[in-house]
Design a protein around this ligand. Structure first.
Ligand SMILES: *Cc1c(COP(=O)(O)O)cnc(C)c1O
Length: 370
């Protein structure tokens, strides 16, 4: 297999042991060995997020957005409402999901790449008692900004509300403790910083929290979190056919995560990110965010000069590197993710390719102007 280095924010390059796990024997999802697999994965997910015996997870077959939609549509009662803290593409998505389900929603827009204003959150919660839940994106993957989950969680708890945290691109690599940070609903996926394969996502919460969902009428059939919980946790078997091979891979990926530790993985990611950020800055490329707001796994950068995103992307792809656009395709900006099994040597090779690609259009532009 030729190695393609993925610098998009998931799916990621995985460890060979994770890849090997999908070649597991054929199996039926209603047999005891599969039940054990599901229970094992739920337990490991709770451990990764700092949860204890009170915590469990519901697994969904679907990408991260399936778990987000299951959460928003299942936990906010018709008599309550969701306060969305929006400072990027995924904040917008939380708002959109609530709207699609007709859930009362208030959106605090801070603007892309602007930090969350805790005073504004406090004012909104004080002024609008009907808001029962707060929705926050931990790592806003569109800009690479790490939002203060603990500060928002403590503020939310102080006001007697519940926090829904989109931890899809943070869990596994960023500090996150669902207990200390007061995260009531923690949403994640297999194929980002947990370094599994795409197809499985999950929602972590307390058993008491899942039990209490019985009082909220389902808004969807397939993504009904309480039904999923009753089947998986109380009944011990999944309600619907899960992506079993992807679950086997996630089981292995979680072992590797726990062995490396979340702190260790965060350090590894930050070392790679530093290498990228230093390399870009040395080449005169400006970065979007100031250092205090940067997550461990994304670097957003501006490309000066005539080079377009498509030229950069296509040029790097020929060298075996896949980079990513910023959602709104802001001209001259691009994203580099360093999630997954990236080595320091990969990043050295990336810069060799980057130099080759960025040198070419400049020469062409000079030629064209003469
Ligand atoms: C990747 C991501 C999602 C989900 O995207 P999917 O394509 O559905 O997996 C949601 N929120 C954030 C912050 C993400 O980075």
């Amino acid at each position: 297999m030729t190695r393609v280095v993925l610098m998009n924010p998931g799916p990621v390059n995985v460890d060979e042991r994770v890849r090997a796990a999908i070649a597991s024997p054929d199996e039926c999802h209603r047999e005891p060995e599969t039940r054990e697999l599901l229970a094992r994965v739920r337990g490991k997910l709770a451990t990764v997020a700092g949860g204890g015996d009170a915590h469990t997870a519901v697994l969904l077959t679907g990408s991260g957005t399936a778990a987000l939609e299951a959460t928003v549509s299942s936990v906010v009662p018709a008599t309550g409402g969701l306060l969305v803290l929006d400072n990027g593409h995924y904040g917008e998505r939380l708002h959109r999901i609530a709207q699609v389900h007709g859930i009362p929603v208030r959106r605090l827009e801070f603007g892309w790449a602007n930090p969350v204003d805790l005073d504004a959150v406090e004012r909104a919660l004080t002024a609008e008692p009907w808001l029962s839940h707060v929705g926050l994106v931990h790592h806003e993957t569109s800009t690479g900004m790490l939002n203060p989950a603990g500060d928002v969680g403590r503020l939310t708890a102080r006001h007697g509300r519940s926090l829904i945290l989109d931890a899809i691109s943070s869990i596994g690599a960023e500090d996150l403790d669902v207990v200390a940070d007061h995260v009531d609903w923690c949403v994640g996926t297999a194929n980002k910083c947990l370094e599994g394969l795409p197809g499985i996502s999950f929602v972590l919460g307390t058993r008491a929290g899942f039990d209490a969902l019985a009082a909220i009428p389902a808004r969807t059939f397939y993504l009904d979190l309480h039904a999923g919980y009753r089947a998986q946790v109380a009944g011990g078997a999944p309600q619907f056919t899960p992506a079993l091979q992807v679950l086997r891979a996630l089981d292995v990926a979680l072992d590797l995560t726990l062995a490396e530790t979340v702190t260790g993985r965060g350090e590894r990611y930050r070392a790679r990110a530093e290498q990228l950020r230093t390399g870009l800055t040395d080449r005169g490329v400006a970065l979007l965010l100031p250092p205090p707001h940067r997550a461990a796994s994304i670097t957003n950068a501006w490309l000066g000069g005539d080079l377009t995103y498509d030229q950069l992307h296509d040029g790097l792809k020929q060298h075996g590197f896949v980079i990513y656009a910023v959602q709104d395709r802001v001209a001259g900006s691009f994203r580099l993710a360093n999630m997954g099994q990236l080595t320091a040597a990969d990043i050295d090779r990336f810069f060799t390719a980057f130099d080759a690609v960025t040198a070419r259009p400049t020469v062409a532009a000079v030629g064209a102007g003469q």
